[in-house]
Design a protein around this ligand. Sequence first.
Ligand SMILES: Cc1ncc(COP(=O)(O)O)c(C=O)c1O
Length: 383
Amino acid sequence: MNWRTKLIHSERKVPEGFRSLVAPVFHGSTTLFRRAAAIVDTWDHDDVFYSYGSYGTPTTLELAARIAELEGGYRSFVTPGGQSALILIYMACLSGGDHVLVPESIYGPSRAFADQVLRRYRVEVEYYPPLEGPSLSQRIRDNTRLIWCESPGSITMEIQDVPAIVAGAHARGVLVALDNTWGAGVLFDAFRHEIDFSVQAITKYIGGHGDLLLGSVSVRDEALYKRIGTAFQHLGMMASPEDCFLALRGLQTLPVRLKAIEESALRVAKWLAGRPEVEIVLHPALPSCPGHEVWKRDFTGSSGLFSVVYRRPLSRQDLHRCMDRLRLFQMGYSWGGVSSLIVTPDLDEAPNARAYGDRLVRFYVGLEDPDDLISDIEQAFRV
Ligand SMILES: Cc1ncc(COP(=O)(O)O)c(C=O)c1O
């Protein structure tokens, strides 16, 4: 053979017998069939192990299997980001003419998708106050197909009465999806609470280092596995094996990181609650957070994200000047990694935060020493 052909059809083979502690990264758009009769195009790994890279390589499927195991779901799908995981559920469950119930405290880009895309396809989108529990079932109509929960809510941190919402929904045959990112899929047991779809932005705690974007959708049973899998294929939601490799690494240290983050965030939140500059700390583990009693009943712990409402009088410029003086808390979106972060919400994306106006700031506490973080805020408060 010509050397150019040899580059493609090499006789060298990787020696057998090497076993690493670490799951390898399998790349590949094309996956090979051994016989012509076996050629088939299907996402369903129950039917055919591998048929095309879009539906997963061993690396992406390993991550999906581990997330299903962690969350106690029937199966999981790994998506290119948390937002695409949310979209996968919307697209798998809704058609024109259907009705969907979405909490007012939903993650901003999820709201934007519902308002700007679903409404274009004549889906009726109705927002509900996140603290509605059993009474939410009164909003269910004959064409309601899906209820979203996100607990705690984005920015305003309300803890939802998920068991009451699920009971009302299932009594009327309506599916319930939960954005379970704040609890890393473990602090709230979605499937014990009979959720149908549990979503995580793996970008946050499982990734854990601010260096990847991934999401997951875990499903309750086989029928939902088929439904999500079909939409997964239609939407071409393949995730990068490199990112999945990083997430597999992150999974192993999740418990220790989460524990340290929980303790530090609680210390910082409690310290903030005692400051004269602060009116309310919206941290689920503190009684000042709406829905705190439900958090105590349903969650096994807390994580690093919470919000703070400053006391009046305070102008946006004062707040920005205070934030600009911070040295350890950096300004940027996302959370769940090792670095502490702070942002002011975009009130167009989080209309439920408008009641607090310019006085609300979202904190994320990472893995720095909490005393250093407290000193950092203290020096920023000093004018
Ligand atoms: C609650 C929540 N869900 C979903 C997402 C979307 O995740 P990603 O950034 O991976 O798209 C985010 C991102 O900030 C989030 O905060």
